[in-house]
Design a protein around this ligand. Structure first.
Ligand SMILES: [Zn+2]
Length: 486
């Protein structure tokens, strides 16, 4: 949750140029009742993840616009790569995961997440609290940065995120940066870490970025990448963008200040938040092909507004450039389903307003609006578009054979879902699913969650460590006792 919410009211009548993308494939859901596995499969630790996995008999939603859903299909993974997606695959050497009564789809991709301040959970009721709590930063130890990111990454994987963009504005130096990188690497999540280009009015030296890149090359296992943040960069903005481009850092991002440099910005930039965005800003985003990281959970939470989905679509921003972000978990959970739900619902509210039907329930019911942003669109924004915005769409974001195997399985047999034949799986995922339905998470071919449980990590110990870290930081900062009656 950040400072980019002071822009004028958006104009809903902005030009309407976007072709409908990713039109819904409202195929049948589960064709028939499928047999349950006879016995629970053996759950292996992440360190023992099999080289070859066959996901068998799930509802397969590839999210690749050139591929169709399979009502009952298989996904074959080998050496961390998706090698085949088809109705029936034989792979005698593979460990089989029974996916009957599950939806198989690419893992979710977050594009903007201040992971270090997840330790403030329970402390930041609103925007005022949030900005005030930055006073805790000087009391963080290097280890606290590691703990915070470890805790956040754990929540991400548990909820079905396989990629995150750690928007690490709390870094004070290289050591903090390396602690956060290490936590991402150890968690096994795919991640970008954006390192501040300017810290306390001093530009971060090129040598630090180079050192970070070397660390990633040595330890990142192909899953980590480096970007640059440029909030309040002032006179250093242009030279640091030049440095970022020279080092091929991606993304480059801030909380809106870069919009003052239309001659500098380009497709590797991510515009964040956007509640209440002005039509001129939408036009600049569309014209410069910027990525956008919407914040569907936090911006409504602080009263900043709804994510401007409808304005972006009507303003000609392609779906590929619109992504979903967690922003901060100290104010709302990392829940991709809630995020997608808010994106769809926001777009509908905005479309109803644009059609002057606000408050007219019968009007909404009988007008027969064709919704500008579909459930399929929301799932694409949460997966493939996020990958595109981070510059990773050639590697992840869809179940396209040849891509890395970042795959999740979502149960459809829980009380909040209904695995009846010929229903809309995209609708159910967006409007009904929850992180508790995420049965399996595979990242880079490694199983990180199985049968609803995270693998290879002591969850209780990580959460305890995060709680103790918060207490200890508050103690060192002499933070007053909170008013907990709100
Ligand atoms: Zn932010």
């Amino acid at each position: 949750m950040c400072e980019n919410c002071k822009t004028p009211q958006l104009n809903m009548t902005r030009r309407n140029t976007l072709a409908t993308l990713g039109a819904g494939l409202l195929g049948p859901f589960l064709a028939s009742a499928l047999p349950r596995p006879a016995a629970a499969e053996e759950v292996k630790s992440a360190g023992q993840s099999p080289r070859e996995i066959l996901i068998r008999g799930g509802y397969v939603m590839p999210v690749d616009p050139t591929m169709k859903d399979l009502v009952k299909g298989d996904v074959h993974i080998k050496d961390g790569q998706i090698v085949a997606v088809a109705e029936r695959i034989e792979a005698s050497g593979a460990d089989v995961i029974d996916a009957s009564e599950m939806i198989v789809l690419p893992g979710f991709v977050d594009t903007h997440w201040h992971m270090w301040d997840g330790l403030w959970r329970g402390l930041v009721n609103d925007a005022t609290d949030y900005f005030n709590r930055h006073d805790l930063l000087p009391y963080y130890s290097v280890e606290d940065h590691h703990t915070a990111v470890q805790y956040a990454a754990l929540e991400a994987i548990n909820a079905g995120f396989t990629t995150c963009h750690n928007w690490a504005h709390g870094l004070r130096n290289y050591d903090d940066m390396e602690a956060e990188l290490s936590a991402l690497q150890e968690a096994g999540i795919r991640a970008k870490l954006s390192y501040n280009g300017v810290i306390q009015n001093v530009p971060t030296p090129a040598a630090d970025f180079q050192r970070a890149l070397e660390w990633i090359a040595a330890h990142g296992k192909g899953r980590l990448g480096l970007g640059m943040t440029l909030d309040n960069a002032g006179e250093y903005f242009k030279p640091q963008v030049e440095l970022a481009r020279k080092l091929k850092l991606r993304p480059i991002t801030d909380h809106g200040g870069f919009m003052a440099y239309p001659d500098v910005i380009g497709p590797e930039f991510i515009f964040t938040h956007g509640a209440g965005i002005a039509p001129e800003a939408v036009a600049l985003i569309a014209g410069k092909k910027l990525g956008v990281a919407l914040c569907p959970s936090t911006d409504p939470m602080i009263g900043a507004g709804l994510p401007p989905v409808y304005a972006l679509i009507k303003g000609g921003v392609p779906l590929d450039n619109i992504s979903m972000s967690i922003d901060v978990t100290c104010q709302s959970p990392a829940d991709p389903f809630a995020g997608m739900r808010t994106l769809v619902n926001s777009s509908r509210i905005q479309q109803v307003e644009a059609n002057k039907l606000t408050g007219d329930l019968l009007g909404i019911a009988h007008k027969g609006l064709k919704w500008a942003f579909s459930y399929r669109d929301a799932i694409r924004v949460g997966t493939l578009s996020g990958a595109h915005v981070l510059g990773l769409a050639d590697q992840i974001g869809s179940l396209t054979p040849g891509k890395r195997a970042d795959v999740i399985l979502v149960r459809t047999d829980q009380p909040n879902m209904l695995p009846a034949a010929n229903t809309n799986p995209a609708f159910q995922l967006v409007q009904h699913a929850a992180p508790t339905d995420v049965d399996t998470v595979i990242i880079d071919g490694i199983i990180r969650k199985r049968q609803g449980k995270l693998i290879g990590v002591d969850v209780h110990a990580v959460v305890e460590k995060a709680a103790r870290a918060q207490e200890s930081i508050r103690k060192r900062a002499n933070m007053p006792v909170l008013n907990t009656t709100l």
